[in-house]
Design a protein around this ligand. Structure first.
Ligand SMILES: [Mn+2]
Length: 563
């Protein structure tokens, strides 16, 4: 049996008389996150948000948009096909429509147009002849394309959160926390939706100052935070500081929206349709990351992300059900294709694999290389690039890394690449097919050099025994939510546990009641051979609400038969 690395072992817990195990957990976690002062971590006041005006160009951008919208100009929002791009598009369009303005929006099609504001997208934008274009979650390197739009008489405002590339920043109003002039800005790692939200705060303030609403009620922007929360979780921005506050309120808004269907007309429809369909008993960042996010993403991956924007904007309950059905269809196709790809990619990996993987196959689906890279980087615990051949004959890869900065690694092999970009944990690159062997060799080398520079996540964070687990423990744990990047949901190791015969739920999920009110679940466990016996298990903990009864539920993430 292999030893699992655990950050906090059984002997580190102290007597419960010195604070319950749950309280000890919270204290340890806060210290681990660098928060020795719990108040700041549990303080969700929106007054902590950065002053929108402290982001360069917000004031001007808001003024131009207000002028355009109130002056009856044809305004178009241009987004991106991932969840952050879809939610930021819906965020602006929903707010503008709620103010009574009619606006257009456009999301590039991944397959026919490709990523971001490129030549093909410019063409499609011009064909609907807008007078003012505002981008969300993209455009920071589209200098040439913005010039084309400007020449055609279209005014452009760029809002983005991706890293600027020197010499490629468009010559127009640009709102991006990562611009050099925003050094010291409190929301440096905000998502595209977060940046769009700051712009909305400034627009609402500007409209208010003009007396736009008169005596009527102005839109409550708190009610827009559902979309910001979704963008934050799906884009995996660190859920600390500003992003944590925004996500917390966004989730609160979603919970409230499900019980009291009031407020913004359009804001709750998609959520109620989703709840009706999925029947979840609570909503947290995992609901967004593992259920709603993948559905939204599937549209762009398999067909067209516009389906997802339609779903988020739809105000008619019946039409909303139809939108969800389309997304579910895309997601089914996605799952099927993805599992074929994971199997095939796994076949390309030798047992003694290098420290960084580059897996390319012409059968791979371009929309799915990113998630497959994510799965494999988890499975093989190393930075992984997965790619396929593009229509232009190049190889396009998407990569994921949990240990070491992927953009730094790609930079070190830049001489072999046609281009690359992204973030530390997720990035993409493109190169010529003849470079593949060299890319594989050099990427493995730079990845092995990067190991140890980031922390490999331990197999579990806390060693516990069954007696320590009760509802109070989970209540304490829940205080640390919303979980996400930078504040990952803790994993618990139970070193020794007897599992008897499970109950089979649904088709092939397994469930054990291991103590009164404590149950363990193994999703898809029926496909494995888990004979009764002594096990070591790693679990994630949550509450299960069923018919008004609350139980403690541990989801088995990995296990090992002892002896
Ligand atoms: Mn984004």
């Amino acid at each position: 049996m292999s030893e699992l690395p655990v950050a906090f072992t059984l002997d580190q817990w102290t007597e419960p008389s010195k604070g319950s195990f749950g309280q000890q957990l919270v204290a340890h976690r806060l210290a681990a996150l660098g928060h020795r002062e719990p108040h700041s971590f549990f303080e969700y006041s929106l007054s902590q948000l950065p002053d929108p005006y402290s982001l360069a160009n917000v004031q001007l951008g808001a003024a131009r948009l207000i002028e355009g919208l109130t002056g009856g100009k044809k305004v178009m929002v241009v987004g991106d096909y991932d969840v952050d791009g879809v939610t930021s598009t819906a965020l602006l369009v929903r707010f503008f429509r709620d103010c009574g303005f009619s606006v257009d929006w456009l999301i590039p099609n991944r397959f026919s147009e490709g990523y971001g504001l490129n030549g093909l997208v410019v063409k499609r934008i011009l064909s609907s002849a807008p007078q003012l274009v505002v981008t969300v979650d993209n455009g920071i390197t589209a200098k040439d394309e913005v010039a084309l739009l400007t020449q055609a008489g279209v005014e452009v405002i760029i809002t983005d959160h991706h890293l600027p590339v020197p010499g490629k920043t468009p010559e127009c109003l640009v709102l991006n926390p990562k611009l050099p002039e925003n050094q010291g800005f409190a929301g440096l790692d905000m998502s595209g939706a977060g940046v769009a939200f700051l712009l909305l705060l400034a627009i609402r303030k500007g409209l208010r100052e003009q007396g736009f609403w008169g005596t009527a009620k102005e839109p409550n922007l708190l009610e827009s935070l559902d979309l910001v929360a979704l963008g934050n979780v799906a884009d995996q921005v660190p859920l600390l500081g500003v992003n944590r506050v925004l996500t917390h309120h966004g989730l609160e808004q979603m919970r409230r929206r499900l019980v009291e269907p009031t407020g913004q007309k359009s804001a709750g429809c998609y959520l109620r349709t989703f709840q009706e369909d999925q029947k979840f008993s609570f909503i947290n960042s995992e609901t967004l990351g593992f259920r709603l996010g993948p559905l939204i993403n599937a549209a762009g991956r398999m067909e067209d992300a516009s389906l997802a924007v339609d779903f988020l904007l739809e105000t008619n309950p019946e039409a909303s059900v139809g939108c969800l059905a389309a997304l579910k269809r895309c997601n089914q196709q996605r799952k099927k294709k993805q599992s074929t790809m994971v199997t095939r990619a796994g076949g390309l990996i030798n047992e003694a694999h290098p420290a960084g993987l580059v897996l390319v196959d012409e059968s791979f689906h371009e929309g799915l290389v990113g998630i497959v890279a994510s799965k494999l980087s988890d499975q093989y615990q190393c930075p992984t690039l997965v790619g396929t051949y593009s229509e232009q004959g190049t190889i396009k890869c998407s990569g994921r890394s949990k240990s070491g900065d992927l953009t730094v690694m790609l930079q070190q092999i830049e001489d072999l690449l046609l281009g690359f970009g992204g973030h530390a944990a997720a990035a993409g690159c493109q190169f010529l097919p003849e470079q593949l062997p060299e890319v594989q060799r050099r990427f493995a080398k730079v990845a092995s050099g990067q190991l140890g520079s980031g922390s490999m996540s331990p197999a579990a964070n806390y060693e516990v025994n069954l007696e320590m687990l009760n509802l109070e423990f989970v209540h304490q744990l829940k205080q640390l939510e919303p979980f996400g990047r930078g504040n990952e949901k803790p994993k618990f190791l139970i070193p020794k546990l007897r599992l008897g015969s499970p109950r089979v739920m649904g088709e092939h999920h397994l469930k054990w009641e291991v103590a009164a009110g404590v149950e363990l679940i193994r999703w898809e466990g029926g496909k494995e051979n888990m004979a009764p016996g002594e096990y070591q298990v790693v679990i994630g903990l949550s509450e299960n609400h069923f018919r008004g009864k609350v139980t403690l539920q541990g989801v088995i993430e990995s296990y090992q038969l002892l002896g």
